[in-house]
Design a binder for this molecule. Structure first.
Ligand code: FAD
Length: 412
């Protein structure tokens, strides 16, 4: 029949990578059908559960995604965990191509003494965004004046901004009531972001840093002596890096004259955590190793320093989950081995977004990469789609039903 002849592609994961791949596939091909499998009950991945609630404009891409999900040739199948409810080999038997767009849903640990007292930024972000599995996290904000974040990327800035925001700035945003209630009891006055290398190595972007410098009622502290060498480094930096480092340098100059009685965020450099101290489950401080740079690498000087604080949050990167044993993972990052999205050793299997390239890049770069992935699939499809064709979800839904998986099914 004509249905059997239609090429069928499935996508694992419904964040930006999954949606942008699906969007491009149906736009550039006259008949291909795309089924999108998602382990959560609802779509949009980190756009829903990662992007900060005070950045609603970033979440506007959801409108585009909804119109993709509503197309006749696309289906959303929620509440299906690939690797557990159905396997990648089973998907390969039923589809012409399989796209892994599962993101990176674990986080790197510090591997230090006292780690059990450290809060994961990934969980904290899930908590304030209403991710069901993180709703149990009850950070002791009512007992915290000084929170330390290990890491100097955009996620670290998001966390600092939310923790330091007056409740009036947050109360009309899309944040669960229970979370708002805890945030309203917060005593946080200071958030220190620790980097193991120098100011020239910060990993956040200029837009996010500028926002931090402009928030009402908030001030900052960056030591002038830490940034003395920046002007020389800036001379040799490329354009976007230069804008960022100029702002860091300007902040270190301005910081000296700011009012320290306001809520404050601080950047500290050349420090690596060694251990977390606590008493009866309450964090009291952090021991830091003092580093120096050797060809842009952090090397310990052997000296240490104590930093008193009430909470330690780690924000040193996300990692992929090894959710299906048939896929080739890179041990250190959890990403899936691929060349231009084609997964190594598995014809007809593709990886895109954070699952394929690691937890770097924003929604826009994920989009560019996923459009390219769709083009690659379309180039390969004539060879992959062998008549009489594959059954697609008609082959998978009975499997799920027989395994007692209750699929949240939208679309044709
Ligand atoms: P994800 O968005 O993570 O989507 C992966 C999807 O796969 C998820 O829905 C997941 O549930 C699903 N999945 C995982 N495993 C399985 C499985 N086994 N079976 C079925 N489904 C599965 N970018 C910006 O442009 N602006 C921002 O302000 C911004 N803020 C951010 C804040 C945070 C805290 C984080 C972590 C990221 C932020 N980003 C931001 C980056 C942006 O979120 C990512 O670039 C983008 O989400 C990556 O898309 P993805 O589809 O690869 O992964």
């Amino acid at each position: 029949s004509s249905w059997a002849n239609v090429p069928k592609v499935c996508v694992i994961g419904t964040g930006p990578a999954g949606f942008y791949t699906a969007m491009k596939l149906v736009k550039d091909h006259p008949s291909v059908c795309v089924d999108m499998y998602e382990k959560l009950a609802v779509p949009y991945g980190l756009v829903r559960y990662g992007v900060a609630p005070d950045h609603p404009e970033v979440k506007n891409c959801i409108n585009q995604f909804t119109s993709v999900a509503n197309k006749d040739r696309c289906s959303f199948l929620g509440n299906v965990t690939i690797g557990k409810d159905v396997t990648v080999p089973e998907l390969r038997n039923n589809y012409d191509a399989v796209v892994v767009a599962s993101g990176a849903w674990e986080d790197r640990k510090l591997n230090i003494a006292g780690e059990e007292e450290v809060i994961s930024a990934r969980r904290l972000v899930g908590w304030y965004n209403g991710l069901p599995q993180d709703s149990w996290l009850k950070p002791a904000l009512h007992k915290t004046e000084h929170a330390v974040v290990i890491g100097q990327g955009n996620v670290a800035l998001d966390v600092a901004r939310i923790l330091l925001s007056p409740i009036d700035r947050l109360k009309n945003l899309d944040i669960p009531e229970a979370v708002l209630s805890q945030l309203s009891k917060s005593k946080v006055r200071r958030v220190t972001l620790i980097g193991r290398r120098g100011p020239q190595h910060v990993a956040f972007t200029v837009k996010e840093l500028r926002e931090m410098t402009k928030l009402d009622g908030l001030t900052y502290d960056i030591l002038r002596k830490d940034c003395e060498n920046l002007p020389d480094i800036i001379k040799n930096a490329d354009r976007s890096r230069r804008r960022l480092l100029e702002l860091v340098h300007q902040c270190s100059e301005n910081a000296q004259s700011l009012d320290r009685n306001l809520r404050l965020w601080a950047l500290r450099f050349l420090r690596s955590p060694i251990s977390v101290q606590s008493q009866e489950g309450t964090v009291t401080g952090l021991t830091l190793a003092i580093n120096r740079l050797e060809s842009n690498k952090a090397v310990t000087t052997g000296d240490e320093e104590e930093l008193a604080c009430d909470m330690v949050i780690r924000s040193v990167g996300y990692m992929g989950t090894k959710f299906d044993p048939s896929l080739p993972y890179r041990e250190d990052t959890g990403t899936i081995d691929n060349v231009n999205s084609r997964v190594t050793g598995l014809p007809g299997v593709y990886a895109t977004g954070w699952a394929g390239s690691g937890p770097v890049g924003v929604i826009a770069s994920t989009m560019t990469q996923s459009f390219q992935c769709a083009k690659t699939i379309l180039a390969d499809l004539p060879a992959l789609h062998v008549l009489p064709g594959k059954p697609g979800k008609d082959g998978i839904l009975p499997l799920l039903q027989s395994r007692g998986v209750f699929t949240l099914n939208h679309g044709s």
